[in-house]
Design a protein around this ligand. Structure first.
Ligand code: AMP
Length: 360
């Protein structure tokens, strides 16, 4: 891969908080970022050198954008094949397109993971109400119906408590192609966040234990409990196989359910991830910095923990209004994303605490 030296322009597709933190890390290394997003004033554009407002399916606009940058990356994954091809006409796209295409579809993602000898949650493809009813015989109930595409933060998901709810659930997803999954009675959730360089070097951060509420990440804690280590070891090995198989470059995240010593695969994201925000203060190099280093062909930074324990809590909706109280704790690192309207369920910021240090 050709080296993209500091001073070059990195194109970021998507304008949310992930893009914002990527742009901040890129600026530290002397890069300029050009953000492409459909919103009028997205959080990432505030901290980027350049901003183009455009829709994710506007191929002409993406082609022009691709001509103005030295490398393209993304923080928003749901871009169609045509627009992606338009974007990558001139500048390379990293992580590679194949990773994006697999992760865009919950079905192809699970099949791919099986091919890498991983174990997804018991699932079945569902394209009709009749198929859903048949699939529930396989998965049992409770189960969870998920649209194959365009789901995030619990969106596009319907829980099914018993077979009688199948019809109602199918109506709720409005005929979209889906997968149905067994509801897992897990011991814990955790994620593997790794970064692979263009030379094939892989760095893996300590796996955070993640707690979700209503489908949205509430907090991540590292290190995860010792009891999770056997499951984490298996998940790390799978994540390495996945990254190598895709000749991946950049940060890759895989989410898991721990059940005893097993790691059941939930989903993957070909990008920096909310459960890795703690790495900004809690690791020697953050997920954002290492992603920028990787896509520009630079060596990766070390990923070790800098404190005995680190905890990241999301500030969702009006929780961000408590910024004064949060700052009263001198050890808290407050991040606000500059979003103006605090809709319920919207991620407005996060707070990271390094624990077990002197002065903490
Ligand atoms: P997802 O967007 O698929 O990661 O789902 C968001 C969250 O919903 C997960 O992190 C879990 O907390 C919960 N969830 C999703 N699928 C399942 C499942 N099959 N069994 C149990 N909990 C689930």
């Amino acid at each position: 891969m050709t080296l993209i030296p500091p001073g070059s322009t990195i194109g970021i597709v998507g304008g949310g908080q992930l893009g914002r933190m990527l742009a901040m890390a890129a600026a530290q290394l002397g890069y300029k970022c050009h953000v492409y997003a459909p919103e009028e004033a997205p959080p990432a554009a505030e901290v980027a050198a350049l901003f183009t407002r455009g829709d994710y399916d506007d191929e002409a606009a993406l082609r022009r954008f691709g001509g103005k940058i030295d490398v393209a990356t993304f923080e928003f994954e749901n871009i169609g094949a045509g627009p992606l091809a338009a974007l990558t006409g001139k500048a390379p796209l990293l992580p590679p397109r194949e990773a994006l295409e697999i992760a865009q579809d919950r079905l192809s993602e699970k099949i791919f993971i099986q091919g890498q000898h991983g174990r997804p949650v018991a699932f079945a493809r569902v394209d009709s109400e009749a198929e859903l009813k048949a699939a529930l015989k396989e998965t049992g109930t409770p189960a969870i119906l998920k649209t194959r595409r365009f789901g995030y933060d619990g969106k596009g998901q319907v829980r099914i408590r018993n077979k009688a709810e199948a019809g109602k659930a199918w109506k709720a997803v409005k005929g979209e192609p889906c997968v149905v999954e067994a509801m897992v009675d897990f011991d814990a959730e955790f994620s593997i966040i790794l970064c692979r360089s263009s030379e094939g070097e892989v760095a893996i951060w300590d796996a955070p234990r993640n707690v979700h509420s209503r489908g949205i990440l509430e907090r991540s804690t590292v290190p995860a409990d010792k009891a999770l280590q056997p499951a984490i070891d298996k998940a790390e090995a799978l994540a390495r196989r996945v990254a190598d198989a895709l000749d991946y470059v950049g940060v890759l995240t895989l989410e898991f359910f721990a059940v005893g010593e097993e790691a059941l695969f939930n989903e993957m994201a070909p990008r920096v991830h909310n459960s890795g925000h703690w790495t900004i203060e809690g690791a020697l190099t953050s997920q954002f910095e290492n992603h920028i280093r990787a896509i520009c062909g630079l060596p990766l930074g070390a990923v070790e923990l800098v404190a005995p324990r680190v905890e990241m809590r999301n500030l969702i909706g009006d929780e961000a209004d408590a910024w004064r109280e949060i700052l009263a704790d001198r050890t808290a690192h407050l991040h606000l994303y500059g979003k103006d309207s605090a809709r319920p369920g919207r991620k407005m910021g996060h707070v990271t605490r390094l624990l077990g240090l002197r002065g903490g």
